[in-house]
Design a protein around this ligand. Structure first.
Ligand code: G3P
Ligand code: CA
Length: 268
């Protein structure tokens, strides 16, 4: 059949694997990147923090307790804050067994290892600076780590990397340090404040339960730092019917632990 005229082609939202495809493998591990690749998901979200000796590692919680065996390996080190451990200590931990014995021995990845695995699969990175107030200067650290790996390539801004955070100051800092890097603010600003966030945010990414079609449209009506409409990527949607309903609100992206389930629902 002939291709539709461009104006009639409507694209649905992109799907982002949340903490990797974390419905299928331990969150924020290389196994979760592989699981995202197995579901043909290009975009992968993850959470970055910093060790006591300055290494960037991927962990959602600010403590290591829920998703590693740190309480057994270092019983005296409660409350097991990520930032109180060295990279060598964190490398001793098992970040897979909590989800299932088949994942035993899965390490906590460094950002460099995670980026390398994404590169292997040709995937893209939605990188959340998690609790950046605990890690002063992490914005520059992240950029310094990713730049030599080619993730900040000015020739194709925003093609492979978006840096997001609940911390607005942190998002603004990333934008100021590296304007070529796309950024996202995680949250639900008042409509009257959207333009302020759009000065340094290419995306505004709210919890999906906070959305209405009018609110999504209000965000997309504002231009971001590149002069393009600010995008809306909603989290965390884990079933097909909800994904269809959220897509109908007009969002640009849906972040999910089960990206294949969402993609199939949107296709259907
Ligand atoms: O990408 C959005 C989402 O990851 C934000 O919430 O708690 O899963 O980091 P959380
Ligand atoms: Ca996150």
């Amino acid at each position: 059949a002939d291709a539709l005229p461009v104006a009639l082609v409507t694209e649905g939202p992109i799907v982002v694997a949340h903490r990797g495809a974390s419905g299928y493998a331990p969150e924020n591990t290389l196994a979760a990147v592989d699981a995202a690749a197995e579901t043909d998901t290009e975009w992968v979200e993850t959470d970055v923090q910093r060790t006591a000796d300055g290494v960037l590692v991927l962990m959602h919680d600010t403590t290591l307790a829920r998703t590693t065996d740190v309480e057994e390996v270092f019983p005296e080190r409660a409350p097991w804050n990520v930032g109180d451990f060295t990279a060598a200590e964190i490398a001793r931990l098992d970040a897979g067994s909590w989800l299932g014995e088949e994942f035993a021995g899965e390490p906590v990845p460094t950002l460099a290892d995670f980026a390398d695995r994404l590169e292997t699969h040709g995937q893209r990175l939605l990188l959340e600076l998690k609790s950046p107030e605990l890690y002063p200067g992490i914005e520059a650290d992240v950029l310094a780590e990713l730049e030599p790996l080619g993730w900040l390539d000015e020739r194709r801004p925003g093609e492979r990397l978006v840096v997001q955070s609940f911390g607005a100051a942190s998002v603004r800092t990333v934008h100021e340090l590296a304007p070529e890097v796309k950024t996202g603010f995680l949250g639900t600003p008042e409509v009257g404040d959207i333009a302020d966030f759009a000065a340094f945010s290419d995306q505004i990414n709210p919890r999906y339960t906070d959305l209405s079609a009018a609110y999504v449209a209000a965000i997309q009506a504002v231009e971001g730092p590149r002069g393009e409409p600010v995008e809306v990527h909603a989290w965390t949607v884990n079933d097909g019917p909800t994904a269809v309903a959220v897509a109908e609100l007009g969002v640009d992206g849906i972040i999910s632990n089960y990206p294949d389930v969402i993609a199939r629902a949107l296709e259907g």
